[in-house]
Ligand binder design. Structure first.
Ligand code: HEC
Length: 119
């Protein structure tokens, strides 16, 4: 097997896997975010929601590319599902496990990736 063949196998597999797995839908994530997340994280995701006046730990700025790039998708999913405490962050970040399906959590992560890192 030559290198180019191997390379194309790797590219094919990495292209197909996300489609087979649970690739999130950022548009659906956006709709969920507007309902459930903006009061803390802000309408544009910049961490400046209406609640912050009374919060001792400020919500993550989800448009902060440097910070958000430092997180894996798994870490973001864990924070969303099990709350800030599960990733050694503030309990002010609620656990959403009982509100969302895994697909909805994936959709939210896809949306977070879009707002942090696509522009
Ligand atoms: C009641 C306010 C509140 C709401 C509502 C809220 N969050 Fe948070 N969130 C926080 C706070 C505060 C933090 C920062 C915790 C810290 O830095 O210790 C946080 C952190 C996070 C993190 C971790 C970021 C990191 O630094 O790793 C993610 C991911 C996240 N929120 C996603 C969401 C999503 C998605 C929603 C909506 C489903 C949501 N949050 C709703 C307050 C909130």
């Amino acid at each position: 097997m030559n290198k180019i063949f191997l390379m194309s196998v790797v590219l094919t597999i990495s292209g197909v896997l996300p489609a087979l797995g649970n690739e999130g839908d950022p548009d659906n994530g956006n709709a969920l975010y507007e309902i459930y997340c903006t009061q803390c994280h802000g309408i544009s995701g910049d961490g400046k929601g209406i609640n912050i006046a009374d919060m001792s730990v400020l919500p993550r700025d989800h448009t902060d590319k440097d910070e958000m790039s430092a997180r894996t998708d798994e870490e973001l999913m864990k924070a969303i599902k099990h709350g800030g405490k599960s990733v050694n962050k503030s309990v002010l970040m609620p656990a959403w496990d009982s509100n969302f399906s895994d697909q909805q959590v994936d959709d939210l992560v896809a949306y977070l990736r879009q707002i942090c890192c696509t522009n």
